[in-house]
Design a protein around this ligand. Sequence first.
Ligand code: ADP
Ligand code: MG
Length: 334
Amino acid sequence: MSLLDVRDLTVRFPTVKGPVLAVDGLSYHLEPGEIVSLVGESGCGKSVGIQTLLGLQGPRAKISGSARFDGEELLGASERKLTSIRGKQMACVFQDPMSSLNPVVTVGKQVAEVLRRHRGLSASKARLRVIDLFERVGIPAPAQRYSAYPHEMSGGMRQRVMIAMAIACEPRLLLADEPTTALDVTIQAGILELLKELRESTGMAVLLVTHDLGVVADIADRVIVMYAGRKVEEAGVRALFNDPQHQYTRLLLEAIPRRGTRSGGEDRRLRGIPGTVPTLYDSPDACTFAGRCPIASDRCRTERPGFTEVVAGQAVACWNPGDRPTVTGTGAGR
Ligand SMILES: Nc1ncnc2c1ncn2[C@@H]1O[C@H](COP(=O)(O)OP(=O)(O)O)[C@@H](O)[C@H]1O
Ligand SMILES: [Mg+2]
């Protein structure tokens, strides 16, 4: 049994223009100790997919499918059950730590509160444990920092506080939604290193959402590529980078600026690929990427491709997997 088993997850939001199909039949699994990365351009349903697992979609969201954590269904589970799973076994870190921290409570106390609530620790024991956690996530002078307020810390330190809070109860799964996007490269590298260390020392699995393929290359074991709410490719990190089977993956990889061309953090980020993401109002009987795909055929415009394994461990939703455009030099955003 997988640690996390998501099957055919579909999330729609009713809007004035009609229902937005944010996540369209997404299936994936995560094994203990694995680091899996969910990548794709902005708006492709990464965050909605994660938030749905945590029960964080409002009542207007129409959710179907299944998401089992250690065999237990998360979708439609009671708030009480979700709260207990969220605190102890499945933790999350989001992009903006400021919005998740209480501005009027010291950071140490906020993390201590989690331990008191979920682990029943006394105030003094919780304090010691928090200082220990702060040290572990690389917060200097942890005993002093315990009494700092969020606004007294830098973005990187606040994100470390969020990670300390997330790992306080030694979760088996960490859901991290762009945890380093707002941070500069050095701090980002430190946090990724920390996630790897935690995986080694505790066996924690990580589902890491990012649009930064440099981060993916650095940390992921396996990668899920999403496009317009759907999974279009899934592969081990090496296979994905060496031999992408979907045109979207290929173009994403070609859109990464080469290392060393400029200094600074923007270097390894996506430059974008030609065309625009289709509106998510309907689920066409077609490949959603057909409109941007350099090798699209008639079939791609009329029939939705199923998700099939092309080589062991590498699967793709494409009618022409692995094909290359005949004219070279097109499509890539260089
Ligand atoms: N509450 C909502 N109501 C309507 N549409 C939403 C809502 N939340 C997200 N969406 C839409 O769902 C799509 C996926 O969003 P999101 O998961 O945040 O993308 P990503 O994290 O990949 O950038 C986007 O088109 C977004 O506008
Ligand atoms: Mg997002």
